[in-house]
Design a protein around this ligand. Structure first.
Ligand code: UN1
Length: 489
């Protein structure tokens, strides 16, 4: 057992111990193992961090984009150099497999590299003017002090795709990560410190959920970016909007995979299982609904069941393991409550569902990959509510049209996956499916840094993330009517 890492807060370029109550993160595969511990930030630290971000904002916004980018590129090198160790720490603290943990750390490096190179491409636009001797310039400027509130499930990649563009475009940041994964937050702040980020430009506060409220209510805040649960997101959106602060919020998903009769069923089975169960289903882009063509449903579900039951559940640091634990005991309980409710409402258990909480075979917060078929004619909660775990709810559709209607039957619209070899159907799906991200013949999860990420309907609020979309949120424009300074010029 490795001894716990001492947690600290990064404020105005200095590591500080904190003045709040004790906090610890635990290994969800071995809940008695403490991964990191320390004292939470208290109100005094929130004020200090905000003041540092305010004090740093003018100088950082005036720093040439090229220089800001150079810091991000150096941070990418530090992150990459530590991918193996930090990937292992990520697996121990969050519960995804070691390979996924390492992959996530490398993804964070890739995101820093992308934005490190993007900052100096942000010149704005020049328009002609209806008036002689005038040009109209649209320049982009940073928002100022941006609050960043991030979830547990991608402890370094989601912070990276918020913090990297925030910094690249000249903002300063006060960041509150999920309190379940503070160690990875500390690692990212260390990378930026080592890369030479000036004091006050990034401030990291490890603290309770209520600290998100303190940040959004702080008078110095100029913008807030959030990823996490729908309930917290809606509260922050209301608070930010009430204060006139721009907010970007990525919230829930209830993403469908649609498997049509002509699909390559081997590929579809592989990808549906990845979408539903990789990272133990703890992704807002995970596949939690499957809609399968009636004519192939029996065969397809039998294949899924066979492959799902062969997935190896266990300690994510063991290279043979494919499915780690969920993040904590509360998550395990609520996922099992969701499964039990579905069964009592008439769902048919295809695979999984069993509880591991009696210590057999493993003692962490494990939930088996679970597939449930829902009755055709009833509304079940598991069809509507995001369980954020390895649970797939299945319905059958007689036609492609019916399958698309079922896929849209959700208040959310983050991502969807369609499996077909018929390009006409794929084009119909592009028109018909109300989602922010559509995968044709690949799993519903995944995001590349150079293209927009975000949902339709109630999945998101405000501008999307990543690629050129990030600029929309992290900057505002000033329209400059520019004429020469002499009369009649
Ligand atoms: C992915 O699908 O790889 O919280 C990324 C989430 C999303 C990120 C998904 N914001 O799961």
């Amino acid at each position: 057992m490795t001894s716990p890492v001492r947690l600290q807060h990064y404020i105005d370029g200095v590591w500080r111990p904190g003045t709040g109550t004790p906090i610890a993160s635990y290994n969800p595969a071995h809940p008695d193992e403490v991964v990191a511990e320390g004292l939470q930030a208290g109100p005094a630290e929130v004020d200090k961090a905000m003041a540092a971000a305010v004090a740093a904002k003018r100088e950082w916004s005036r720093t040439p984009a090229h220089e800001r980018g150079a810091v991000l590129l150096r941070a990418a090198v530090v992150i990459e150099r530590n991918a193996e160790n930090w990937g292992l720490e990520l697996a121990r603290e969050e519960g995804k497999t070691r390979a996924e943990g390492q992959g996530e750390v490398l993804r964070a490096a890739q995101i820093f590299r992308y934005y490190g190179n993007d900052g100096d491409r942000t010149a704005g636009e020049i328009f002609s003017s209806p008036r002689r001797g005038e040009k109209i310039l649209i320049t982009r400027k940073p928002l100022g002090v941006v609050g960043v509130v991030t979830p547990f499930n991608f402890p370094i990649a989601i912070p990276a795709w918020k913090i990297a563009p925030a910094l690249a475009y000249g903002n300063t940041v006060v960041w509150k990560p999920a309190s379940t994964v503070p160690l990875l937050a500390l690692r990212l702040a260390q990378a930026l410190d080592e890369a030479g980020l000036p004091a006050g430009v990034l401030n990291l506060l490890i603290g309770p959920g209520s600290m998100g409220n303190s940040i959004v209510e702080h008078p110095a805040l100029d913008g807030l970016t959030f990823t996490g649960s729908t309930s917290v997101g809606r509260r922050l959106v209301a608070a930010a909007a009430g204060r006139g602060v721009p907010i970007q919020a990525e919230m829930g998903g209830k993403n469908a995979a649609v498997v049509l009769a002509d699909a390559d069923l081997d590929l579809a089975a592989e990808q549906v299982l990845l979408g539903a169960f990789r990272s133990t289903g703890q992704k807002c882009t995970a596949t939690s609904r499957l809609i399968v063509a009636e004519s192939i449903a029996d065969d397809f579900l039998a294949t899924l069941a066979e492959r799902a039951s062969a997935l190896v559940v266990g300690d994510p640091t063991d290279p043979a393991v494919q499915i780690g634990p969920v993040v904590n005991d509360g998550a395990r309980k609520s996922i099992h409550d969701g499964i039990d409710a579905a069964l009592s409402q008439g769902a048919r258990l295809i695979v999984g569902g069993q509880k591991y909480d009696d210590g057999d075979p493993i003692s962490g917060y494990f939930v088996p990959p679970t597939i449930l078929e829902l009755p055709a004619d009833q509304e079940l909660d598991v069809w509507r509510e995001e369980l954020f775990g390895p649970v797939l709810a299945v319905r059958r559709a007689a036609t492609a049209e019916q399958a698309f209607v079922l896929a849209n039957d959700s208040e959310f619209g983050l991502s969807a996956a369609l499996f077909t070899q018929d390009v006409t159907r794929a084009l119909e799906a592009v028109d018909h499916l109300d989602v922010g991200i559509l995968h044709v013949n690949s799993e519903s999860a995944g995001a590349d840094p150079h293209v927009p990420f975000g949902g339709a309907k109630k999945s998101g609020y405000g501008p999307k993330e990543q690629g050129a979309a990030a600029k929309e949120f992290f900057t505002h424009t000033t329209t400059v009517y520019l004429r020469g300074g002499t009369a009649g010029a």
